[in-house]
Design a protein around this ligand. Sequence first.
Ligand code: ADP
Length: 449
Amino acid sequence: MFRAVLVANRGEIARRVFRACRGLGIRTIAVYSEADRDAAHVREADEAVLIGPAPARESYLAIDRILEAARRTGADAVHPGYGFLSENWRFAQACADAGITFIGPSPAAIQAMGDKSEARRLMAKAGVPVVPGTPGPISGIEEATQFGNAAGFPLLLKAAKGGGGIGMARVSAAGELAAAFAAATRRAAAAFGEGAVYVERYLERPRHVEVQVFGDSAGTVVHLHERDCSIQRRHQKLIEESPAPGLPAATKAGLTAAAVAGARAIGYVNAGTMEFLVEESGRLSFIEMNTRLQVEHPVTEEVTGLDLVVAQLRVAAGEALPWRQDEVAQRGAAIECRVYAEDPAKNFLPSPGTVSRLVLPEGEGIRVESGIVEGASVPVHYDPLLLKLVARGADRAEAVARLDRALEGCVVEGVRTTIPFVRRVLGDARFRAGSVHTQMIEQGAFRDA
Ligand code: ADP
């Protein structure tokens, strides 16, 4: 096992990884930017290294500085968390070149899945159903027009190197294509350094259902069941749960089989997520693979009773997967909500500031993953996720009721948060009935009556 693990991240995920390391007797090393001098993850690590100024490009995204910190502190492995460098194949390669284990899949797997258009091609080849779309990035609007005329509108333009819901543009008719293509290309280039966009059919009111997969270096791949992440704002998840409510057994079987087949086809090692959209008809379509630990991994841990981060460390250290497929059971229900420093009344505008008061809930079946402490500042430079609340129950109704009570007892003052909005969703009759889709928020389903 590793002697010392450096976590190339901040906030709740850095603390989550540290916890797993401590359980295994591994020394923990934090890195931080000037904006994070007082951050919770810095205080908690055995050692912490200042790597640069606040802008992520000069700190949490600075590969050389992070590797230098690893060398100086004697870290023999790096955990990337999610976001930042977690899906950067060059970082994974640079770790390997420096003789440091990257806790995640191979650089080749990251690279293949990091190009979403290439991922679609590989998955289709492996027999995984994908959303109908163009076979690759488009060079101009002619290909998009042709595809739209054949397959029908609306379409969705997506950045090949996209992520975080950024750079997607819905096109309802051919006349909108030229402007949408120009804008999407520009936005993709600005956000991801590459302007390539491809086209998919825009699916109406699908659910987002994803499958947690896990592979080891001996070639074993298992799934850890599904998560429903349909409650999204701006194509970004706000609430996640497992099992997916009311998902027919046949659909679930199709999803897990496709996910495992897809991961096997690329020789996938470590934790990953195969994301799908599921239409009302039950048709499922692959959208992308995330080659890292997800924000929402705790709901899977709660229903399976397994520790995904410990397994990540073990598999990265060369051990075999600790579970056989038939040992991975899904029991009860779990639901997570993300508490962001955002103002729901202002279209989820980030609300940076200082957390002047913080009271975290406790209770039966409640798990808190927090990145903040009282008095901490929420910098403008990073993703404004403050904490996650996770509730487990014997069934969905119990988990939802517990989460709602936990939210009621959660006090975050000094910044606006998504808590009131999440509570409105949890109280909504359609949500309670498990009748969810990805476009509910933007269609105004949870607006004040
Ligand atoms: P990103 O990598 O930016 O997160 P994804 O491809 O994972 O983008 O899609 C994020 C979300 O956008 C999905 O969960 C879904 O809500 C929406 N979405 C993506 N593709 C489609 C599509 N073809 N039709 C309708 N909605 C889509």
